[in-house]
Write a protein that binds this ligand. Structure first.
Ligand SMILES: Nc1ncnc2c1ncn2[C@@H]1O[C@H](COP(=O)(O)OP(=O)(O)O)[C@@H](O)[C@H]1O
Ligand SMILES: [Mg+2]
Length: 389
């Protein structure tokens, strides 16, 4: 509904303007404000589409009103009304950002609706331009992010690959040495330490290789619901005071995925949720069938239209600010104290989802929990009652 505020101290003039506007815009809400102060107060509340203001307001000139609006970042088009012979003031008002002006003269009331129409049109155009601009910025940011992830992935993958080969040598020779010395040998404990450190280093490189999709995946048709249920069982002891709620679609489509990797995804997200809720809270794991359409994919770089199984993991934890959300999938990015987090949990999840031609995104706000959405391509359903040849 169109909302117009008229700032005018002459009641008759207000009524005539209201009448002229209502004739053209019967659904419009026209509100009278007798002083500029009242008007500003009212505008702060938002929801106004157009202001029609007499230049000579009680307690303030039209120019001062325009300045106040600018200061308060209220972006509503102002149509300035000036008296006959005051066209100079009108020009000043235009220079200060008024949308248009109208002189109180013979055809004044007939002119108002036309100016209102122009203002509506202008407002819509500006809103559209703003939306396009925002969309462009968002896509640019998404593009940069994807590029960065790709570069980090290549780098990490390269290092991890070479590193892994070196680790194999370390592990191999450690084992040979261990097999040649008994447990009470002075060197035995040291060799055990080397073996243990090599195991841990191996685990880190494995996560990095998963992130950069250098680990071979072994997909087979699976029902994600089974794995969600299994993870709930597994994480019972892990999550302590956290209540886990499952909302599983019973008509869920099958996905072609590596079961081990899917459990890894669920596990990493569950552990993060637990860490985000040290005083307890709720973890909700939801599954459903979903379609990604062209409109969604146009605004979400990396998403491909099609049929998906959507896995949503959300918690009621401390959440994240915008800067954190932008970086969570980078390897080694962590906000946790040293020793608590290596910053590889979500990069592994990211690599796994990408490796399955899926799409992942995260929504979070400080104090408002976090939600991770994972789209995995659904397998085409085999038609029921297929007859054998
Ligand atoms: N559910 C969540 N709620 C709030 N913050 C989260 C959540 N999941 C991840 N994060 C943030 O993302 C960062 C990276 O997560 P991750 O890659 O798993 O590494 P780590 O858990 O080792 O820090 C975390 O340090 C944390 O800041
Ligand atoms: Mg983690």
């Amino acid at each position: 509904m169109l909302k117009i505020m008229i700032i005018e101290d002459e009641k008759d003039h207000f009524e005539l303007m209201e009448h002229a506007i209502k004739k053209e815009f019967p659904d419009a809400m026209v509100e009278l404000c007798e002083t500029a102060d009242l008007c500003l107060e009212r505008l702060e509340a938002g929801g106004m589409d157009i202001i029609i203001a007499d230049y000579l307001l009680a307690g303030m000139t039209g120019l001062q009103l325009l300045e106040e609006l600018k200061k308060r970042k209220i972006e509503v088009p102002v149509i300035m009304v000036t008296g006959h012979g005051d066209e100079g003031l009108a020009v000043k008002a235009m220079k200060s950002g008024a949308f248009d002006y109208v002189v109180k003269s013979g055809s004044f009331f007939e002119l108002i609706p036309e100016i209102v129409r122009k203002a509506i049109h202008d407002r819509e155009l500006k809103a559209k331009m703003r939306r396009t601009e925002e969309e462009k910025k968002r896509l640019q940011a998404q593009f940069l992010h994807a590029q960065k992830m790709e570069a980090v992935g290549t780098l990490a993958g390269g290092i991890a690959h070479d590193f892994n080969n070196l680790l194999q040598t370390i592990k191999g020779f450690t084992q040979i040495l261990l097999s040649n010395c008994s447990a009470d040998d002075p060197g035995h404990a040291g060799l055990k330490q080397i073996e243990h450190a090599a195991e841990r280093a191996g685990e880190l490189t494995r996560q990095l290789l998963t992130f950069s999709r250098k680990v071979k995946i072994e997909p087979r048709p699976i029902d994600i619901n089974d794995h969600v249920k299994a993870i709930k069982e597994l994480s019972r002891t892990l999550t302590g005071m956290i209540e886990i709620e499952l909302l599983l679609a019973d008509d869920l489509k099958t996905v072609n995925a590596d079961p081990g990797q899917m459990e890894q995804v669920l596990m990493n997200l569950t552990i993060n949720a637990r860490d985000a809720m040290p005083e307890g809270g709720r973890l909700i794991i939801k599954t459903e069938n979903a379609t990604l359409d062209h409109e969604y994919c146009r605004t979400h770089l990396g998403a491909v239209p099609g049929e998906y199984v959507l896995l949503t993991v959300s918690d009621t934890g401390h959440g994240m600010d915008k800067e954190t959300v932008e970086r969570i999938f980078e390897p080694f990015y962590t906000t946790k104290v040293a020793g608590k987090g290596a910053g590889l949990g979500l990069s592994t999840v990211y690599g796994i989802v990408k490796g399955h031609d899926g799409y992942i995104m995260c929504c979070s706000k400080p104090g408002k929990g976090a939600t991770f959405e994972i789209y995995l391509p659904a397998l085409k359903q085999e038609r029921e009652g297929r007859s054998s040849p």
